[in-house]
Ligand binder design. Sequence first.
Ligand SMILES: N[C@@H](CCC(=O)N[C@@H](CS)C(=O)NCC(=O)O)C(=O)O
Length: 474
Amino acid sequence: MCPYELSGHELAASRLLLERVPSMIGRTELGSSRTADFISCFLALTACSRSRSAEQRRGTTEADVGTRPRSHSILTFSLHNRMRSTLRLLTPTLHSSPIRTSHSLPAALLQILRPTQVQPFTLTLSSAPIRFFTSTRPVMSSNGNAKITEGSWKTSIDKDSGEFKRKASQFRDWIMPDGSGPFPPAAGRYHLYVCLACPWAHRTLIVRALKGLEKVISVTVVDWHLGERGWTFTDSKPKCEMDPVHGFETLREVYENCKPGYDGNVTVPVLYDKETKKIVNNESSEIIQMLNNAFNKFSATPEQAALDLYPDDLKKDVDEINSWVYEQINNGVYRCGFARSQSAYESAFDTLFAALDRVESILSKQRYLVSNERITLADVRLFTTLIRFDTVYECHFKCNKKRISQYPNLHNYMLELYQNPAIKPTIDQQHICQHYYGSHKTINPTGIVAKGPSLDIFDVPHDRDKKFPIKQKA
Ligand SMILES: N[C@@H](CCC(=O)N[C@@H](CS)C(=O)NCC(=O)O)C(=O)O
């Protein structure tokens, strides 16, 4: 045990490294627990420069990082062998980084980790328990895994600015198209837990339908009401059912059954493996990539198998569009709705409507977001926000500068996607309205559900085929 101050050099290196986390997460070479691997590497890097001699002595990378005497925070971790090879690969980053200022831990950790949306409990590694202690009380889960239950990590609202900050998902395993890894593609093995109101879960239902995987991946729809117990199962509301896999009453139990002591957010969608009884992934942006390319041999038709919503030649453009559409539109409506200060709300509002103008401009020149010919994951991701906009976000989240129906191209684009025979059945207005107006008591204390128009208003002809006819391949 040799606690020490994290130096400016180490912090700067860590920050540099973490800036690269979002782009690294999508890559396969870091193994199945990519986020965990990466964060472990970050921690290792911060510690390694000081503990190299200890490493040599013990034959393992093991270090204690902390600040004293002010916060008495001690971070203890061990690194298993798989991490060590990655670490070696990344070590040059540490040495080439500039020296900046010194911070105290955990404030420094928060500062570094928060912009990347990586939560501290992503540190959890089954074979390498990580412990985190604070000066006030040790925080340990029952299985010895790391978690931080104090401070701003627990809340989605920034205390100073009143801004809403979405937390990162924690289950990030992958179903590989080639069958490698612990979760090979298979028909009937995987299950989706979704809420029909949730735009993130909706993405997964749309891709499942477009790819013809309805008979391959089963689905359970949770109760639209998000109450004190989180997501619950019911069989007394349309399209909902009790948990068919375990018979649990709440989704939290599914998380806890998979990871005892889990105390993070219990969110939908969840991609679940009925065979190993593990949550594979709870991050919609990754689940849709898996549905897009891992299950092609099980698609209902050859056309659906061939459909690629994230083709190699467009990947870069899809990623680029997603990066700002996510932050400014998908999450932007939530940043308006959940803001706790006028300035946070107005800033999110201005950003949102500037981004909608930007999308409108793109769609005035081509049929879909990244291509005139092909729908991609970028369209799926934008659509789930658009379809909720005029009926929920405008009123409930105060996104009321303009309606989508006032943007000619965006509106017609939305109509086209809405009328797609695979997409239409995935939309449920009752679930959408009941959930938002009924569940967010801080925004709508009466729980009165705005009656609004029915979705029939979207059953009018759109102009996209006339405006941007798709050239048939010879
Ligand atoms: N990053 C996640 C976000 C999922 C998410 O936040 N889902 C919301 C429903 S719209 C949820 O389950 N919230 C429950 C909670 O926060 O307690 C994803 O895209 O999968």
